[in-house]
Write a protein that binds this ligand. Sequence first.
Ligand code: ADP
Length: 496
Amino acid sequence: MASFTPSDAEQELETEVCIRQTQCFIGGEWVPAQSGKTFETIDPATEEVIATIAEGDQADVDAAVRAAREAFDNGPWPRMDARERGRLMHRLCDLIEDEIDELAALETLDNGKPLADSRKIDIPLALATLRYYAGWADKIHGQTIPVAGNYFSYTRREPVGVAGQIIPWNFPILMVSWKWGPALAAGCTIVMKPAEQTPLTCLRLARLAQKAGIPDGVINVVPGFGPTAGAAIVKHPGIDKVAFTGSGETAQVIMRQAADGLKRLTFELGGKSPNIVFADADLAAAAQGAHVGIHLNQGQCCCAGSRLFVEDAIYDEFVAKVVEMSRVRRVGDPFDPATEQGPQVDQAQFDKIMGYIEKGKAEGATCATGGSRHGDLGYFIEPTVFTEVTDDMAIAREEIFGPVLSVLRFKDTDELVRRANATSFGLAAAVWTRDVAKAHDIAHRLRAGTVWVNCYDVFDPAAPFGGFKQSGFGRELGERGLDPYLETKTVTVSMS
Ligand code: ADP
């Protein structure tokens, strides 16, 4: 788990940014889009253009799939000693470590997240993930099976083939590591499309992978838009498996488009996670957990604790604490070491969140703090807390993906569990109590892929993550995270 302490934030952080890669990376070559088209990536803090990026589409995806297919069908990657694959992945990590400050600054420039977060949370966790899966490379193996008769049966775990990977903009470099780590360890080759809002660190990592000696064609990156480059990946007959992180609406489109080719799919989608505070909890820790649970990464987390359920007996006292923490949260320039919250990623997200804030006010929730734009340049929004929210309100049901907390009141525990589960999502949940039996009981009854007890947002590459219900299927991280990149083959030999 990457740790982040206030004293770390005070350290001088390197803020120099150099943009080196802006083209498609296909078969080891840096090439413009075949159409010649480009798009701009914007600094969300200043609304200024950072760089012009190749806008890949179907033709570029075709070329990328050809390269990945060749690398998989005839290249060294799936065939080399597994230990050597792990070694090359560790080499990539060494190169990331060598330029960690520069990568952090690049991530902050493109995404808007505070530099201290990029440097102390996102990139360390990305490194830990890549190293964790580098360690798996030579530990993936089958079993011998005691079948009936005079036969010898065993299984092999073979790479699934060419993986199409489509990632969002909220944790750009971290999502690269979650996708590349298990795919590379398994021996797959990759065609990745980064989000159009945040292509820069993915492109830089592709260059570092090349420098590390990962063979040409193993990793291909096609920047571009969802309906063109993304859809081309999903539909391409040369792609064996699609891994997608993003919105449920896009996942539905992808599922339909992937049906013809019967593509293997894994989805990590949205959430409306319940964060439950009982009266017997350590209330100072729970308040901190409620604050970080919603506001980390400007609220742009699929697992954000966006529904805060507070037990009636402590409601007023506890909610006052949480509101005060949001009120004093420092919003501003993400390169300022004092900043805790940067801008939202783009105008569209800003507009969507402001729309929900207006809806919350109109529906009659109490806007206890925030509720407005911060400043007049960049996509900044004040940390916002709505109290006295009821289950039927849009701000209690729909994913806002911004710094907007909805606080709900509860009395009865069974009723609480029913309400917490009364959502189509099921990504994460948390429960705060000093009663161990109650903690486990609630953890078992919540329909979510991750349940945190007396903590929030604790991630580790070894612990699987993913959704129940419409929050997705398949798991990322941990040993389970390898499964979608592997086929199981049974070999049965007559011994007579
Ligand atoms: P968000 O609303 O958070 O931007 P999206 O699901 O729209 O989430 O985007 C996540 C990723 O999916 C991005 O890389 C985006 O370009 C891509 N994407 C969007 N639409 C499609 C599509 N129809 N097919 C494939 N990928 C898509």
